[in-house]
Structures are given as C-alpha cells and as structure tokens.
Design a protein around this ligand. Structure first.
Ligand code: PHE
Length: 383
C-alpha cells in the first residue's frame, strides 16, 4: 500500500484551513489550486478513455496547462523559483498520479462492462435437437477424402454423362472388347448422327483420363462420385458410388500401391492390423492388375483376422497404353490406380445388410444410420 498522501478524488485529499490547498504541508498558490480542482473535475467527468486522454493531454501535454505553468518559471526570481518550482513539481506528481488512477478506474469499468455483456447463461437449455443427418455415403466420402488428403491426394471430379472414349476407349477397352459386356452400360442417344454414343459412366475411371489430359504429372488424386450400371438387387443398384484413385510419378512401384491401400484400409475400417491380400486379376487399364481383399470372419461379420477374405477393390499399375492415350510418356512416368465401391465399404464398416435403403429416403433409416452434422470428419479424432 502506498502510504504517501495521494491527491485523488476522495479521502486522500488534505485541505488546509483557508481556500489554499496543501500538498505535503506546503500551501499552494491560487492558480495551482485552480488547476488541480479543474483537473479533478475534468477527470471525474471523463466517462471513457478517449475523454480521459483529452484531459491528460490538456494538462501534461506539450501545450498543456501544467506545462505552460512550468515554462513561466524562467521569468521568476531565484527566490520565487525555488518555492514555486518545488510546488509545481509536487503538483505535477500529484496530477500524474490522479490521471493514472482515473485510467485504471476507467479500464476496469470497461472490462467489467464487457464481462457482463458477454456472460453466457449456462442454465439455458441446449440447442434444439437436430433434425438433419449426414447420409452414410457422404460420410464415407468425407472419410476417404480425409485419409487420402492426409497422404497428399486432392479430389478430382468428372461428369456423370461421359463420352464412349473417356469411359472405355482411352482406358484400353476397345469397341468389341468383352470387358464392355461386364458393365451393363446405360447408353444415351449420341449428340450427332453417326457419333459415338454417350453413356452414364460405368465407373469413375474416366476421371483418370480427364485428370491426365488436363494436368502435368506428378498426379495424386482421388475421384469419388456417382456411377451407373443396369443392375438391381440387394447388393446392386443402377446408381451407386465409386472412389477412384490415381498416382502418377517417376519411379512409382507396386510397393507404393500396396502401402497406400493397406494404410487406407486400416485407417478407414479402424482396424490397425487388418489383414490385406493382393490377388492377381485383370483390368484392361492396369497391368499388372490386382483385386484387394481384407480379412474378416464370415460367420460373425467381424473385420480382422477371421480367416475369411472379402473382396474390397480393384487396382493395378496404370497400363502404359493408357498413359500414352493421355499424352504421358510411359518410359518416363509410371503410376497406379484403384477403384472401390463406396456403398460396399460403407455397408461393411457399419454392418448395413441391404443396399436398397440407401436411396429410399426413409427417415427412420436415415436417422438411424445418419451422422451428426456437427461432428465433422477429422483425422485427429480418428475416423
Ligand atoms: N474401374 C474398375 C471397376 O469399376 C476398378 C478399377 C479402377 C480397377 C482402377 C483398377 C484400377 O471395377
């Protein structure tokens, strides 16, 4: 506690018997007393820091009133100067203290006002129950984006209505190739007489072609999106979703493909030691090609080391002809690609037995399987 007598706004003031003021027992002349009183009143009137600052400058500033008084000392006799100089210095000290004290007062008042204004009433009821939910398909695509995004992939898109060349030809599936028969394609009328028919894309692989045509390697993309095949039962829908992946670089090997997919599958299914098997297969647009299986238990449906295998996705090293079709020199660049069914992995992850309710818009199903929109996908929390 400061024991020095303070010249403030209250009990600390010491008034002498007459009209004169005493600061530390020395009488003050009238002009100093007037300045003190005037400043005192002005500080009291200053309702905020801006007004306070005007008072401060008006007293202590370069052309302030106290500064002006100090300047007059030069004309005084040495005798006067001694006494008046001491009085002025004490006044200056006292005024500075008073001004500072008012600043502290105004600042804490401002803080108090903010604290009151920003107070949160924790007794209020929580937000109303959300009526909407994120569809499991959207959730899976967000999770895939998060996992591959962390590996440096970006998301690419292409149209649902494709040209025959993008969907088949450029992917090394020529006109009379048997692979076309597997796709149960929906054909649309061609845009011009005699032109190749348009198709609803039967897979997301045409996005590989579009990406390679539009970007210089290196390339690292995934392409989630809608795909279409004329097929309908408990595990097939005429419209479904795939997620394509494409990596093009120098010296990309099968090892990169395997590492990427193993890491992804373990993160996505949340099973750290999930067994992953690569099995030789055939796709016209990859060479060699591999089907990827994960371990599970057929009886319990549990993912992991149950001794059974479940096919999850198709993959392979990009066939050199496909690179060449997109203007990429296969002697310089290599890469891998993969494609997986979004519904399929979603059903496996969440134990959903039937594909059809995904598109029935049944609110009971959506509420049950939907995700909280306020809990966005984040790798920090795990997916
Ligand atoms: N497009 C293939 C399919 O629909 C999947 C695939 C994509 C396979 C990329 C290999 C490479 O079955």
């Amino acid at each position: 506690m400061n024991t020095k007598k303070r010249w403030g706004f209250g009990p600390a003031e010491i008034r002498g018997p007459g009209s004169g003021f005493f600061v530390c027992g020395v009488a003050m002349s009238d002009d100093l007393t007037a300045l003190r009183e005037e400043t005192d009143a002005a500080l009291r009137d200053a309702a905020d820091l801006r007004a306070w600052d005007a008072v401060r400058v008006g007293v202590l500033g370069k052309s302030g009133k106290l500064t002006a008084l100090l300047k007059t000392l030069g004309q005084a006799t040495p005798e006067e100067r001694k006494e008046r100089g001491a009085a002025l210095n004490r006044l200056k000290e006292a005024l500075s203290e008073a001004i500072e004290a008012r600043r502290v007062e105004l600042e804490s008042a401002a803080l108090e006002a903010r604290l009151t204004a920003e107070r949160i009433d924790i007794t209020r009821p929580p937000r109303p129950r959300l009526t909407g939910a994120i569809h499991p398909i959207s959730r899976t695509i967000e999770e895939m984006t998060a996992i591959f995004g962390a590996m440096g992939f970006s998301v690419a898109e292409g149209p649902d209505v494709e040209g025959d060349w993008h969907n088949f030809g450029a992917l090394n599936i020529p006109a009379h190739h048997p692979a076309r028969a597997d796709h149960d394609t929906f054909y649309l009328p061609s845009e011009q007489e005699g032109a190749a028919p348009r198709v609803l894309r039967t897979h997301t692989s045409p996005v590989q072609i579009r990406t390679m045509l539009n970007a210089e390697p290196p390339i690292r993309i995934i392409a989630p999106g809608r795909t279409y095949r004329a097929d309908h039962d408990a595990t097939h829908s005429p419209m479904f979703h795939q997620c394509e992946g494409l990596v093009i670089g120098r010296g990309i090997t099968l090892g990169h493909l395997k590492g990427t997919l193993i890491d992804f599958l373990r993160a996505f299914f949340g099973v750290p030691g999930l067994p992953v098997r690569f099995r030789a297969s055939y796709f016209p647009f990859t060479e060699p090609s591999m089907e990827v299986d994960i371990g599970w238990n057929r009886k319990t449906g549990e993912l992991g080391g149950g001794g059974d295998w479940l096919e999850i996705l198709g993959s392979g090293m990009v066939q050199p002809k496909v690179l060449a079709n997109c203007g990429i020199d296969p002697r310089e660049w290599q890469g891998f690609a993969f494609g997986m069914g979004v519904e399929r992995v979603t059903m496996l992850k969440h134990g959903i037995a039937d594909l059809r309710p995904f598109y029935d818009s049944d609110l009971r199903w959506l509420r049950h399987y939907g995700f909280n929109p306020l809990a966005p996908v984040s790798l920090h929390e795990g997916v």
